[in-house]
Structures are given as structure tokens and as C-alpha cells.
Design a protein. Structure first.
Length: 755
């Protein structure tokens, strides 16, 4: 957002006129009618106009001082950051039979500007993912007769390893908790069925399948099509043993089915990933990749009809599809499996889809003339918008006889070069990304654009902000150009996951708050306070709490290790029920990258989450007259949750429950007694986890006091709390029976209406 200057005096022209007119009765009572057009009223308005101009210039003084001070410290305002995500594309009309390669910067139809980040190919197919889920022992026993018959039909003499063809990510929906596509399958593979569009009649389906295969194979143009895949791994919550590092690629193979020696044998072709297109870094993070497909003559899928192909779904072949409609539209199978010899046992995915592309909340502008040079030094030209992506910005300056020439962006014109000749001739400019302004040199530090020469924005991407963090399903349509410049056909969008990462531009007030910390730590982490302040200021990370554990090595749970610094960080989250906030792996990695660049060379830095200890509570109270029972018991539960919450405003000092502080029943009793409507506390019990059950903590004193002891790296996590109105606190945390339930209640079936 643009910087608004503070006002030393906020009076304006109309305020000054009203103030002067109000003084007329005190100073010139004989002037009884100061109407518009009166000579005296004209003099008042002239004075007010001059005063307004003076106040405007005076209000610029503190603004200039503050901005200059920030620039002297090297602390420019941070521009807005865009929300990002992955979407899947498909043709809006099922009649499309050709592949369509889209150019980058396609615009998504939304209230905010969103664009695609890379070239992508939309193929006239849909995809469905399946697993060969092995049957459990109970299922195998229940179906033993059928399995024995299958063994005889398929002539399998040994033990039969039965499986069910199980869909995953059905309907393109994501599974945020993740699905272990290797560990949950019988053959440690994920199968993706590539399906042609549904033809108008079943008789036309083979011709439609052939047209789709031709599109996949490049339609004899000499260039095979590229299949764009979007992948979102389900990253496990980091523990104290997790070390932030560069994501490690998962060694996997992508294969497509092809015809074997006959119509009943299936072979596989390994697909190569198009160079430089894998933004997932080998399935280690959310991103996209593009697979090179073979010629259409090699694309093939085995028959699913057992009457035609008796080996359908048996052995190392794709799973059998028993849906006749899907089987008729099947073009090929894509298989994802570990590379041979690699010890890959598990791969947890939250979503996988085809025709995928990454997007962010920015808009592209190109070919805009920003102004004409006056030939003076230190010229400033405004860009069309603020919050520009500096990496994409291209600025050109017109030169006599040469046309537009690219100029280079530098961080500081005063530090171009120590050689005065090089500095004088440098075709460079300085960018203020947040405000969206360019500043050129003065002829000594940077070359001057010649007089009457135009300055042009060749290309740049602008935008960002928290408003772009849209929930899943918010985007539905894409308008894009093909790489040959023609308009792309209508394309619909599937957004399986919420967009994230958007952050508003930094305001002047927020930047000023960083000044004291910057003066103290100089952007270097030395003291404990330095680490806390730098962690809280990390970009693209919404940190809710930071704690420092000096000389603590998390993997060994050991203190006193020289040179080791562990930073415990939790993401910001509103006060709510369990579970407590936990950092994910991208949170840990971004924070570690931000801090590691600012720590002393010999420091061994760890960024960790919190080790939570499960806690359960039961409490009994008596109520005062005139207070609603359910409301008071709810307030009791909320008061306990607030006290034990790890983030502000929880905890004893409203800074979150202190790290490593033991939970004492007497402190909790005091908090319960403060709740309005509680007349008397009749008991409070603390429970800790014992396997899948709760175990009441022993009393440490004759009065029944209990304590949950925590280590220095631990926090309590209140998973269950029961508040009752009665003579004593329950001694277990099992769900209390509903007093309004009736044992004779019978469900009435809903009879569908027929018309």
C-alpha cells in the first residue's frame, strides 16, 4: 500500500475558513453577514488557501525524515507477498479432442488477479487414481470361498494375495491428512487411469479414444505431448528429531502401459521428466512436473473384460476396473512406483492431479511508458502499481538511434562501483518495490537518461496480500492464450487446496517497530533476544511464539552442548479446542533458512516444534443461583483451555503457557474459582495418557494436589476436559452418558418419495 504522510496539523482549507468565520463576532462584531462573494470573505478564503499550502509542506517534513532514516538503515518497506497454490485444468467442453499448450500468465476469473506461473499443456483426458488395497485377514476369511474360486480360475497354485481396486482423491478432492500410496498398496504403486471423454454414443467411444491417443502422442507433429502433473505431499508434523534441510527427492519411476507380445500381456515404458519442469523437487514439496509421453502407437491399456482377458488385474498388471463406462473410456495407465533397489517404503500424498499448473495472486503488465526523461539527476518514475516482484521487472530506456535498451536494477546507486568511470556510465536504476517507484542516477552514481527519451516498463508482475489466501474451490475458470498467440478454448479450473502465503505490504508504522531491534542486533543473531526478534520478523512465516533453548541438542534431548542453539517456534493460531498449533515442514524450513543466514559461523542451529504432553482434566463445581448451568460449565472449560493454551493470550502471563512449567492442580483450581457463576469447587483431577487410555495422576500431598511434570522442551496439550455440576470430579474421562437418552429409542427409516 502507498505510504500516507502523518499530519503535524490536520486542518485543511475548509477547516481554516470555518475557524476564521467563527472568530468574526469576537473581533469585528459589526460584520454581521460574512456571505460568499463578500470582499472580506474573499480575503479569509485567500488566507486559508495560503495556510493550507503551508500546512501541506510542513506535514511532509516528518515523512521525509522517517523515510530517509529507514533508508540509511537499509530497511526499505517490505512489499506484499502473493498467495500461491496448484490448480488442475480441464476443457469446459467435452467435444475437445486436441492438446492445447497454454502460455504463462493466463488469468483466472476471480475478484483478485491470479495468473498461471508456467507453460502447461491441457490434454483432452481426465484421470482417476487407484490403489491395489490388500484385503485384511477378516475380509479374506469372509470371502474365502470366492478367493478359492478365483485361484482356480486364474490357475494360481500358491497363496492368493487378494486386493481391491480402491480409488484415491476421488472427484479430484484432496486428502489434507494424506494417503500413504506406497505403504497402503499391495504392490507399492499408485495407478492413474487416463480416461477419454465420454462419446455421444457407445458406438463412437473407440473413435474418441483413438483421437485422444493421437493428441497424447503429439498428433504426428514430431513433438510428443507433455503431461502436466500436480503433486502435493502430505508432510508430517516435524518433531524434535526433525532437522531442517534441503528437501530430499524421492527416487521413483513414472511408467505408462504399452502392448506386450500380444493383446493379453502388458509392458511398461519409463517416462522422462521434462528438464527444469519439476518444481516439486522430486515429490519432496508441493509443485508440478511434466512427463514426456510416447508416440500414440505405443499408448495402450489392457482389456478389463475377464471374458476377453482372463488375466485382467492379475499379477504385475494394472488394477481391474469393473465399471463398464470407465473401462470403455480407458486409454492408458500411468504407474508411480519406487525405483528398483531403492528402500522407499512410504509416500504420503495429499493430492495428485493432471493438467496441473501453479498460480499466484499477481498480475502481469508489459509495454507501459512510465514517462519522459527531463535530463536531470535523481529522476523518479512511478510504476503502474506497488508491490512489484523485483525478479520479474524489466525496465528499458530509449537511447538515440538505438531504440529501447535494458537497464539493470541495483540495490544502491551509491554503491555501483568503486571505479568512478564505471559508476558514471552504469545503465542502472534503484527500485522501491513496496512503493512501486524507480530512481535513476545523477551522472556520477549511475548514468542519466537523456532528455526527451522515454522510460518503459517492458515487463513486471504486481500484487499480493492476505486477501489472496482463498479457500479450496474458490477458482473456477481460466482465460489464457496458447503459445502461438491464439485464444485458448474455454477451460475450467479445479482448485483442490486452499491458497496460502499471501501477506500484505509492510506499513511505515510496522517498519518503524523494527528499527530498535535492527539497531540492537544489526540483522545478526547473537543474543537470545536477537533470535526471537529475527524469528518473529521472518518473511512468509506467520510466527505466533518463539522460545530459545541455548546449548540444547534436540535429537539427544540434552542440554550443555557448546555451540548449539535450538529455536522452538509455533505458528500463529486463534485460541480454540485441541489440537494445539504445530509447525509443518515448510514452516520449519523457511524459518531455519531465515535464521541460518544470520547466525555466527560456528553456531549449530536447530529450528524445532514443540513436544506436547497430553493432558486431561475433570472438574466438579457447584453453581450460584441465577446462573445458567450449561453456560457456567462451558466457561469453566474455556477458562482451563485459555490457561493451558501455548500462544498468547493463553498462559499465566497471557504469553502462552511457559515452556517446561509443571501443571499444578492448585493453579487450575484458582482459575476455575474465578469463573462467574461458580459457587464452590468440589474437585479437580489431572490425567495423563497411558497408551490409548487415560490414567489419573497420583496425589503428591495429603490434600490431593497433583502435578504433571514437564521437561524444559515440553508444553501441555489439553485434549479432554469434563466439567460437571456435582459433588465430586469424575475419576475417568470416558464420555458421560446423555441424561436425556432413552434405551427404547428406535430409528425410523426414511422412505423415498416416488413420482
Amino acid at each position: 500500500m502507498p505510504i500516507l504522510p502523518p499530519s503535524l496539523d490536520d486542518r485543511r482549507f475548509d477547516d481554516l475558513v470555518d475557524d476564521l468565520v467563527a472568530r468574526i463576532p469576537a473581533h469585528t462584531p459589526e460584520w454581521t453577514n460574512p456571505r460568499l462573494g463578500d470582499p472580506g470573505r474573499t480575503l479569509i478564503e485567500l488566507f486559508a488557501w495560503l495556510g493550507d499550502a503551508l500546512l501541506y509542506r510542513a506535514n511532509l517534513v516528518p515523512e521525509r525524515q522517517r523515510l530517509v532514516f529507514l533508508k540509511l538503515l537499509g530497511m526499505g518497506l517490505q512489499p506484499a507477498r502473493p498467495a500461491r497454490g496448484i490448480v488442475s485444468l480441464a476443457f469446459a467442453q467435452d467435444s475437445e479432442r486436441s492438446a492445447c499448450t497454454l502460455a504463462p500468465q493466463g488469468r483466472l476469473k476471480a475478484a483478485l488477479p491470479f495468473e498461471t506461473l508456467s507453460e502447461t499443456t491441457v490434454l483432452p483426458i481426465s484421470a482417476e487414481a487407484y490403489l491395489k488395497r490388500p484385503l485384511s485377514a477378516a475380509e479374506s476369511a469372509r470371502r474365502s470361498d470366492m478367493l478359492q474360486g478365483l485361484a482356480r480360475i486364474h490357475r494360481i497354485s500358491g497363496a492368493l494375495k487378494a486386493y481391491e481396486t480402491t480409488p484415491v482423491f476421488a472427484g479430484g478432492r484432496a486428502q489434507p491428512a494424506g494417503i500413504d500410496v506406497f505403504g497402503s498398496s499391495a504392490d507399492r504403486a499408485l495407478w492413474i487411469a487416463l480416461l477419454a471423454p465420454r462419446a455421444e454414443t457407445p458406438a463412437d467411444q473407440p473413435a474418441t479414444n483413438s483421437a485422444v491417443k493421437a493428441a497424447l502422442g503429439g498428433q504426428d507433429v514430431g513433438l510428443p505431448a507433455l503431461l502436466s502433473l500436480g503433486i502435493v505431499p502430505a508432510l508430517a508434523t516435524p518433531t524434535l528429531d526433525t532437522v531442517a534441510s534441503t528437501p530430499t527427492p524421492v527416487p521413483v519411476l513414472w511408467e505408462i502401459t504399452t502392448r506386450g507380445r500380444n493383446d493379453f500381456e502388458t509392458d511398461y515404458l519409463t517416462l522422462a521428466i521434462d528438464g527444469g519442469s519439476d518444481t516439486s523437487l522430486g515429490l519432496a514439496q508441493a509443485g508440478t512436473l511434466r512427463l514426456r509421453l510416447p508416440d500414440e502407437s505405443l499408448i495402450w491399456a489392457p482389456s478389463n473384460d475377464v471374458g476377453v482377458n482372463a488375466r485382467a488385474g492379475v499379477g504385475d498388471v494394472p488394477p481391474r476396473l469393473d465399471d463398464p463406462d470407465r473401462a470403455a473410456r480407458l486409454v492408458a495407465w500411468l504407474r508411480l512406483r519406487p525405483k528398483p533397489g531403492e528402500p522407499v517404503q512410504h509416500l504420503s500424498l495429499a493430492w495428485l492431479g493432471i493438467n496441473a499448473v501453479e498460480i499466484d495472486q499477481r498480475s502481469s503488465l508489459a509495454g507501459r511508458v512510465l514517462g519522459v526523461s527531463s535530463g536531470a539527476g535523481d529522476q523518479v518514475f512511478p510504476l503502474p502499481q506497488g508491490s512489484v516482484d523485483a525478479d520479474t521487472l524489466r525496465i528499458q530506456v530509449e537511447e538515440p538511434g538505438r531504440g529501447y535498451q535494458d537497464w539493470t536494477r541495483v540495490d544502491d546507486l551509491a554503491a555501483i562501483s568503486a571505479d568512478p568511470d564505471v559508476a558514471r556510465e552504469a545503465a542502472a536504476y534503484q527500485l522501491d518495490a513496496e512503493a512501486g517507484t524507480l530512481r535513476f542516477g545523477d551522472g556520477v552514481r549511475g548514468r542519466l537518461p537523456e532528455a526527451q527519451m522515454r522510460v518503459r516498463l517492458a515487463f513486471g508482475r504486481f500484487g499480493g496480500g492476505r486477501a489472496g489466501n482463498l479457500p479450496a474451490g474458490s477458482l473456477a475458470e481460466l482465460q489464457a492464450l496458447q503459445i502461438d498467440g491464439r485464444n485458448a478454448p474455454p477451460i475450467k479450473v479445479l482448485q483442490p487446496l486452499a491458497l496460502a502465503g499471501g501477506e500484505d505490504a509492510e506499513t511505515l508504522q510496522l517498519a518503524e517497530r523494527r528499527i530498535p531491534a535492527r539497531l540492537r542486533h544489526g540483522d545478526r543473531a547473537v543474543t537470545e533476544d536477537d533470535y526471537r526478534r529475527l524469528a518473529l520478523a521472518a518473511p512468509a512465516v506467520d510466527v505466533g511464539r518463539v522460545e530459545l533453548l541455548p546449548k540444547f541438542k534436540p535429537r539427544e534431548r540434552r542440554f550443555g552442548v557448546p555451540g548449539v542453539v535450538s529455536v522452538m517456534a509455533l505458528p500463529a493460531a486463534p485460541l480454540g479446542p485441541a489440537p494445539n498449533p504445530r509447525p509443518d515442514r515448510p514452516f520449519i524450513e523457511r524459518l531455519h533458512a531465515h535464521l541460518s543466514a544470520r547466525t555466527p559461523l560456528a553456531t549449530e542451529l536447530y529450528v524445532i516444534g514443540c513436544d506436547y504432553v497430553a493432558l486431561g482434566l475433570s472438574v466438579a463445581v457447584t453453581l450460584r443461583d441465577g446462573f445458567a448451568r450449561d453456560k457456567v460449565l462451558l466457561d469453566v472449560r474455556e477458562a482451563l483451555r485459555r490457561l493451558l493454551w501455548p500462544l498468547p493470550p493463553g498462559g499465566i502471563g497471557q504469553a502462552g503457557w511457559p515452556l517446561g512449567r509443571a501443571v499444578r492442580s492448585r493453579e487450575l483450581e484458582v482459575e476455575v474459582a474465578r469463573v462467574d457463576g461458580v459457587d464452590e469447587l468440589r474437585g479437580l483431577n489431572l490425567f495423563q495418557r497411558n497408551g490409548n487410555d487415560w490414567q489419573r495422576l497420583p496425589s503428591i500431598a495429603a490434600d490431593g494436589a497433583q502435578v504433571l511434570t514437564l521437561q524444559a522442551w515440553q508444553l501441555p496439550e489439553l485434549l479432554s476436559v469434563i466439567a460437571v455440576d456435582g459433588p465430586g470430579a469424575p475419576n475417568d474421562l470416558r464420555a458421560l452418558p446423555n441424561p436425556f437418552a432413552d434405551a427404547s429409542a428406535v430409528a425410523v427409516p426414511a422412505v423415498p418419495e416416488l413420482c
